[in-house]
Design a binder for this molecule. Structure first.
Ligand SMILES: C[S@@+](CC[C@H](N)C(=O)[O-])C[C@H]1O[C@@H](n2cnc3c(N)ncnc32)[C@H](O)[C@@H]1O
Ligand code: SF4
Ligand code: SF4
Length: 329
């Protein structure tokens, strides 16, 4: 805990986004991760890599992919990480998140440090198919309702805003809040296509002013913790300066093969199975500072995982509000 606090104050990463697998049971238009076929780290390597990350001061893990729940031993992975003391957020498309899976996650969650976030972008079944590539709207909304009955998992729903769904954002929020779940969102990124699909038809360009109006309106209905991030997201969409990219500063990504890299859009860089981050961080962070800076200058993007901590950290009052909100949840 002390090391994580030090990391946040010293501008070192406290969040790691981990692709548990690249496999996925959806075919989303905005994403190309499901096209990759990367190896998955066995449990033995996971233990080594995450015990190094724990000592390094990582506090929160986003378990994503791909779809984490398609990995057979995902519960063992969650248990290992929870036993190590991480705050573990399982990011899921919700298709496999049935009552059996929720009960299993609940039973693992004696620590109260396991959280579940489900992606839902629309309340319209046809649009769901267009965005997510599979006909699973009914299953996912029904599983979200089940999630709401497991308050220990502090469920939330996350929407990705594209040209297809921006005008529904408040409806999705209302549905989610009516179930007592948290709601967050961020805009579609299409400047790269390592994780993003680069699909231009989802681009917000033609509807930008309406998107910004909708995002501003909805952000007023979210807890104060999330507002600084949405504010920066809107400034980013307007082409205003939102400061340096926070990739490899407040967070980084671990690929399914155990390679460290600044963010979702960077190719794998450093092998955490072979190296100890605690010995190499100084060298690696120096090495990556220029490429990340150049990347943001050339083709800026705005992901929640890279930007969230930075947006809150530069606004101390919002950070305090956020802390109070988190402790109360
Ligand atoms: C990559 S997915 C992995 C977890 C899980 N499969 C899911 O869909 O929730 C994590 C989140 O990234 C979002 N996402 C995917 N492609 C994106 C893009 N190009 N821009 C912004 N967010 C994106 C998804 O909608 C989802 O909410
Ligand atoms: S966004 Fe999530 S659910 Fe959709 S294809 Fe990518 S990994 Fe799968
Ligand atoms: S701008 Fe930042 S988050 Fe986006 S791809 Fe470049 S390094 Fe990654």
């Amino acid at each position: 805990m002390m090391q994580s606090l030090f990391n946040v104050l010293a501008g070192r990463p406290a969040l790691c986004v981990y692709d548990v697998t690249t496999r996925c049971n959806s075919r989303c238009a905005m994403c190309s991760i499901w096209k990759r076929r990367e190896k998955e780290m066995p449990l033995k390597d996971i233990k080594k890599v995450f015990s190094d990350l724990k000592r390094f001061g990582i506090h929160t893990l986003f378990l994503q992919g791909g779809e984490p729940l398609v990995r057979r031993d995902v519960f063992e992975v969650v248990k290992i990480l929870d036993d190590m003391g991480f705050h573990t957020v399982v990011l899921s498309n919700g298709i496999l998140l049935d009552e059996k899976v929720l009960k299993k996650l609940d039973s693992l969650n004696r620590s109260g440090r396991i959280f579940v976030t489900v992606s839902l972008d629309t309340l319209d079944r046809k649009k769901y198919i267009k965005i997510r590539g599979v006909d699973k709207f009914d299953v996912v909304t029904s599983n979200i309702r089940l999630l709401a009955k497991h308050p220990g998992l502090k469920g939330s729903v996350h929407a990705t805003v594209t040209s297809i769904n921006y005008n529904e954002l408040d409806d999705v929020r209302e549905f989610v809040h009516s179930l007592g779940l948290d709601f967050t969102f961020n805009s579609y990124n299409d400047t790269k296509n390592y994780a993003s699909s680069g699909d231009k038809s989802l681009h917000l360009g033609n509807c930008m002013e309406n998107v910004i109006t909708e995002m501003s309106k909805v952000s007023q209905k979210l807890p104060p913790l999330y507002r600084p991030f949405i504010k920066d997201n809107i400034r980013y969409l307007r082409g205003e300066d939102v400061g340096r990219c926070d990739a490899f500063v407040h967070s980084f990504r671990l690929t399914s093969e155990g390679m460290l890299t600044p963010c979702l859009e960077f190719p794998p860089m450093f092998d955490l199975k072979k190296e100890d981050i605690n010995r190499k961080w100084g060298e690696w962070s120096k090495k990556m500072a220029c490429p990340v800076k150049r990347c943001y200058e050339k083709t800026p993007c705005f992901y929640g995982c890279t930007r969230g901590t930075g947006s809150i950290r530069k606004r101390p009052f919002a950070a305090l509000n956020g802390l109070i909100y988190t402790l109360r949840r």
